[in-house]
Design a protein around this ligand. Structure first.
Ligand SMILES: [Cu+2]
Length: 457
């Protein structure tokens, strides 16, 4: 029975493949542009087909296409890639066209898409067009709606975009491994009417989580929940592009979640509405103000706001361990514990022994302790006022007066008008109202960065 089923599936595979090839005929494959760095590409304005206002992809780019008899043809190459997660750390991932995530695919409601997918991975794959309403056989679920794309082969997906919105693409084949290795991308379908829900700046990213041992380059693909790198477009702070916007711009940020947990995405200094979900546009009368939007696993959300408040505004996941890089998850809490006796005794055996965390972990943001190669500090990044003590899913929305329309260049740090920065009270200290609970004298211990990231010990 089993072998007969396999035989049938195998012959069906042959037929589908043959039918697809003949439909496209002897036409040449479209070019598959590649990109090897993580810099944000400028918006890709359409030279053919209907007009739209393109997105910018954080640390990414949009895939050029060619028109062929009314079809928009794209070419994705699934392949091993190297991705710099932030300066100081590069990962061996799987992705598309040279990067993880793959390039953003942009098209317009009503467009007919023909997407060639060449598999240069060591194993089979497929692409599922997450959220798109399409014919069942184009849905990309390996084994269910199509045979897998074997290593070395090219398959063709063809469908018409019925609705505008924010979608994603990712494999539906050996999913746990292929997504843990970084295979994903944004798929943006613009409205046919460029003035429908028009914004001035439109950003896109997908969230991915990796488990990479400090010192290693390749994610542990069997990980199910205990990831240690929380990324936007396979980048961590301070490697994530700032979102540069002009004061009073209407701004949209499209966020997809292909990690294995939810992320409450929080913006400082502004209220926003969720304007778009996986299912489509939220009618204007049904939107409500928020400062955090939870993006659950497998979901997409677009938030919109008017950037009317100049400054450098933190924009981050609100799970505090998601704004850190690799660390030991089982670091004990020792705040307030008096370790002096212990440290002295250990120092007799190990002269360089240092202790971490007695006063909190903020010290770690400014310490420069030796780390294994290819490992990022757990907390890092410095701002105009000092160490920022962040990592992972953290960036900054930089709202500035008078930028040019499509200028996304980092304008540097915000210059605060005089009298608008929190300041130190220089008067008399308050009277001591009660006895301090812990003695403050004694040798000051240096701290040791356990977190440098012994993940899991
Ligand atoms: Cu998070």
């Amino acid at each position: 029975m089993n072998s007969r089923r396999k035989f049938l599936a195998g012959s069906a595979a042959g037929l589908v493949g043959a039918a697809m090839v003949s439909r496209v005929g002897a036409a040449s494959l479209p070019e598959a542009p590649m990109r090897e760095n993580a810099a944000m590409a400028p918006p890709l304005f359409p030279k053919t087909g209907p007009q739209y206002n393109p997105v910018v992809t954080l640390n990414g780019w949009s895939l050029p296409w060619r028109m062929n008899n009314g079809w928009k043809e794209f070419h994705l190459i699934a392949e091993p890639v190297r991705r710099q997660l932030a300066p100081g750390m590069t990962a061996n991932l799987w992705g598309y066209n040279g990067q993880s995530p793959g390039p953003t695919i942009e098209c317009v409601e009503g467009d007919k898409l023909r997407i060639f997918v060449t598999n240069k991975l060591p194993e089979h794959t497929t692409i599922h067009w997450h959220g798109v309403l399409l014919p069942n056989g184009m849905d990309g679920v390996g084994g269910l709606t199509q045979p897998h794309i074997p290593a070395g082969k090219t398959f063709v997906y063809e469908f018409q975009m019925k609705h505008s919105g924010t979608f994603m693409y990712h494999p539906h084949a050996d999913e746990m491994v292929q997504m843990a290795m970084g295979m994903m991308g944004s798929l943006i379908v613009h409205p046919r009417d460029p003035n429908f829900n028009r914004v001035d700046r439109d950003f896109a990213f997908v969230m991915a989580a990796y488990d990479i041992e400090p010192g290693a380059h390749t994610p542990k693909v069997a990980e199910m929940t205990d990831f240690n790198l929380w990324t936007w477009n396979s980048r961590v702070f301070p490697g994530i592009d700032p979102l540069v916007v002009r004061r009073n711009d209407r701004v949209r940020v499209r966020i997809g979640n292909l990690t294995m947990t939810n992320h409450p995405i929080h913006l400082h200094g502004h209220n926003f509405n969720v304007s778009l979900t996986d299912g489509g546009w939220v009618p204007k009368g049904a939107r409500w103000p928020e400062v955090s939007a939870d993006v659950a696993v497998g979901q997409m959300r677009a938030i919109e706001f008017v950037a009317d408040n100049p400054g450098d505004w933190a924009f981050h996941c609100h799970k505090s361990h998601h704004t850190m890089n690799a660390m030991g998850h089982d670091v004990p809490t020792i705040i307030g514990v008096d370790h002096r006796g212990v440290a002295e005794r250990i120092n007799k055996l190990i002269p360089d022994y240092m202790l971490m965390g007695e006063r909190g972990m903020a010290d770690m943001g400014e310490m420069e302790m030796p780390l294994p190669d290819n490992t990022l500090p757990m907390m890092s990044g410095s701002g105009p006022f000092g160490a920022m003590e962040m990592g992972g899913m953290f960036s900054v929305v930089k709202v500035r007066q008078g930028l040019a329309r499509n200028d996304y260049t980092d304008p540097g740090w915000y210059q605060h008008p005089a009298g608008t920065v929190a300041y130190e009270w220089k008067g008399d200290p308050p009277p001591a109202s009660r006895k301090p609970q812990a003695a403050q004298e004694g040798p000051v211990l240096k701290a040791r960065k356990l977190g440098a990231g012994s993940h899991g010990h």
